[in-house]
Each structure stands twice: as C-alpha cells, then as structure tokens.
Ligand binder design. Structure first.
Ligand SMILES: [Mg+2]
Length: 444
C-alpha cells in the first residue's frame, strides 16, 4: 500500500508495468538494403563492394554491401573517406524511387503479421506481435515465416530481432546480422545488454557517450548497476531513464500512427559556416518551411529543436557492429525548447531557433543546420491560454504571442502557393532573403 511518503520511483513503476504486460516486439531490418537491391538487379555486381551514395563532394554513403564493409566502409560515412578505404568499390547514385517501391512491398508483408507496424525508415520497422505470435506458432516460427515471405517476394534478406521491448528487439536484430534471427527471452535481457558498450543504448550519442565514459561508465552493465547519484554525474537528469533502459526496462509502445511525429528542414552548406548572418538566413528559411508544413497539416508544435553538425570530422569509433553504423563522423548537437503554447508561427520558430544557436556559443564552424518541430497539438484542439501574453516559463513565448497574428501565416501560404515561394518575403526584425542558393533541403 502506498503511504503518504514519496511516490514510487519511475524504476519501480517500470518494473511493475513490465510484469503486467509481456509484450513481444519484433524489429525487422533489411540487410544493406539499397546495395542489396542493386546487386539483385545487376548480377554483375554480386560479390563486389557496392557503395550507394557518396559520389558528390559532400555526399555521404547511404548503404554499403557486405563486401564493401570488409574495407571499413559504413553508411553515413563521407564519400571521400569511402573512396580512400575502398578505391575499387562500385559507387552508385541512389535510385530512391526503386528503393521506395521495394520498401512498400516489404511494409505490406510486415502487415500480414500484425496491424501494429511502426516504420522507422525505408528498410526497417518495429512490429508489435504480442497478439499474433500464437497464430504463427510462437515468436521464432513467426520470424522465420516473415523472413521467408520477404525473401520470396523481394529476393532480399531481412534480419529480425524479437524481445519484450523495442530496445531488446533492435539490439537482438543488430547482433543477428546478416540474414539473422534472434529471439531474446525476458530472462536473457541482462545477458544481452550487460557486455555491450554504452553507445548501444537509446539516446547515447557521441556527446553523452563522452560524458559517461569520463564518469567511468563504459558498459551497459556499469549503468544498470550504478547508484543513481553516481550516474547523475555522467547523465544528469536522464540518469533514472538511462538506468531503466540499461536494465532492459523500455515501455515505449510500437506506434502504427500514420501521422508524422516530427517535421524537419535541414541543409548541408557547400562551405563550412560560422557567421551569424548566414546561420540566421538558413534558420529563417527552415522556420518558414516547417511552419508552412505544420499549418498545411493543421498542427501546432510545442517543441522546437535546432540541429547542428560540426564541420570538423572526428575519428570513427572503430566498431564493426551494425548498430554503430549510424554514428555520425561529424559531431551532431541538438538543442530543444518546449514552449508553453504550441505554435505554427514561423516568427516564433525562427526566434527560438536563433536563440538556441546563440546559447550554444559554438566556436567551430558547422556543415549542417536543421530545425525540427515535434510534440504536436491539433490546431483545432489548441486551448486558449489562461495566461495569454504572460509567457510563464519561456520568455520568448509571451512576447511573440502578443505580436502573433494568426491570420498572417495562412495568408502567406496562400500567396506562395499561388505565385511561388519567392513571391513574398516576411520582414521579421530585419528583412532576410529566404532560401540561400546551394542548399539542399530534406522533407519529413
Ligand atoms: Mg538495414
């Protein structure tokens, strides 16, 4: 019984919730997806080191065949580095339309096994198979049938991990590659996690990893067994969350919602950039672009994130595991702010993004900047604030709300739609030219 004392810890609640729900989560990830498709379609490429992407000056590798990985080539690696490591590699431009069509086939196959499919990328998805496992004769039988269906329809290999959480399923899949199948029973969770380096944990990027290593945590077991106060020295506010994850306690649901979870715009500069005027122009352009997209979908966002990739590459971590492939070669920083009032207003988004940039006080140049919106509220459900204009918590909000004209955004959208993106520019603080040339933008 709960006394009047403190509430049970998040840890205790997590373990309780895990006891009452024995979930089965499956992570499916196509092996070297783009490169495998090219090898399938061009038999002369089979057995050769095939590298998709990385041919332009600033391009990065999108996929490397297993033959190319022997040379150390990894996805997200700059193209010039891949060429150094594997000069005899066959470098191909990506054919995204083809990969998307194969992806659609694969996603349809996933849906034969459960309606709860959460796609993560063209080549991977989480499936909640809790309700359907018995229909297929158990988790391993289900996974075998799924692999066979994908192979029969696409001639491609998919690796599959199954566990009682997203974290376990994803790691089980990674360690099973290539063409793998790994089921991890709940009592085996700790044995799977304990010896792994901390960067395998969700949310431990290069920056968090450095802090944790400096505080003496190098394996997942180190975190799982840590005293909270000690762990806080390396992980700050995230200590409890991180320790629960390290113990295999991960209650995130598989979400098959079709709605986008984030809207992001970003660009890679042709030259490295650190002058505030160029940064401001890029952030202004991104703020307007994401604002337009959320308005189009009748959403407002609470959280604004600034993404910055440093221009100077750092050495790679040297691991051969699949899970470390996504480690950027360039340090990536993100800074977020959550507003009291959700917004679809480019003025607010722009100002917050620039504030976040200023607060970073980066001394190094960046090669990439991005602005992302998350944490959405349907515009129609947005409630009127009791404290309208007061701006509790985040200083910028009150000021911006006071000057916010809800009609302005949609009016601009309509004008741009009719006369093109250059038809109208907004004068915010001082006029800014939108969308500097030479920038590549990416959608959601
Ligand atoms: Mg893959």
């Amino acid at each position: 019984m709960l006394g009047p004392g403190p509430w049970p810890s998040l840890d205790a609640l997590s373990s309780y919730a895990r006891c009452v729900t024995e979930r089965l989560v499956l992570h499916a990830d196509m092996d070297a997806f783009y490169a495998s498709i090219e090898q399938r379609d061009r038999p002369e490429l089979r057995g050769k080191p095939v590298i998709v992407g990385g041919s332009s000056r600033r391009g990065v590798v999108s996929a490397a065949s297993y033959e190319a990985r022997v040379f150390g080539v990894r996805s997200a690696m700059p193209g010039f580095r891949a060429r150094e490591l594997c000069p005899q590699g066959v470098f191909l431009a990506p054919d995204m339309a083809k990969y998307a069509s194969v992806s659609a086939t694969v996603q349809r196959i996933f849906e034969e096994f459960t309606p709860v499919v959460e796609p993560l990328a063209l080549d991977e998805a989480f499936l909640d198979v809790t309700g359907s496992t018995q229909l297929f004769g158990g988790p391993i039988e289900l996974a075998k049938k799924l692999k066979a269906r994908v192979r029969a329809e696409t001639e491609l290999a998919v690796s599959v991990g199954i566990g009682n959480s997203k974290l376990i399923a994803k790691i089980a899949c990674s360690v099973s590659k290539p063409d793998g199948l790994r089921y991890v029973a709940p009592e085996e969770n700790r044995a799977l996690l304990d010896p792994l380096p901390i960067r395998w944990l969700w949310g431990v990027g290069p920056v968090a990893e450095r802090k944790l290593l400096a505080a003496g945590f190098s394996t997942i077991a180190d975190i799982a067994n840590a005293e909270l106060t000690a762990l806080q020295r390396g992980a700050g506010d995230r200590a409890a969350e991180l320790r629960a994850l390290a113990r295999g306690e991960d209650l995130r649901p598989v979400s098959s919602e079709r709605e986008a979870k984030s809207y992001g715009e970003e660009n890679t500069f042709e030259r490295d950039v650190n002058d505030r005027a160029t940064v401001t122009r890029a952030l202004t352009s991104h703020a307007h672009a994401v604002a337009e997209r959320v308005r189009h979908d009748a959403l407002t966002a609470r959280t604004i994130t600034l993404k910055m990739k440093l221009a100077r590459a750092r050495g790679s971590k040297g691991s051969r595991s699949e899970a470390s492939e996504q480690e950027p070669s360039y340090p990536l920083y993100t800074r977020s702010r959550t507003l009291r009032e959700p917004t679809d207003d480019a003025t607010v988004i722009r100002r917050v993004a620039i504030e976040l940039w200023d607060e970073m006080q980066l001394e190094e140049a960046v090669r990439l900047l991005g602005v992302t919106l998350t944490n959405f509220v349907r515009a129609s459900e947005q409630q009127l604030s009791l404290f309208d204009g007061v701006g509790v918590g985040v200083g910028v909000v009150g000021k911006d709300r006071a000057s916010h004209n809800p009609k302005l955004g949609p009016a601009l959208d309509a004008i741009r739609k009719r006369f093109g993106d250059d038809a109208i520019h907004v004068a915010i603080d001082k006029p800014e030219k939108l969308t500097p040339s030479g920038q590549k933008k990416r959608g959601r």
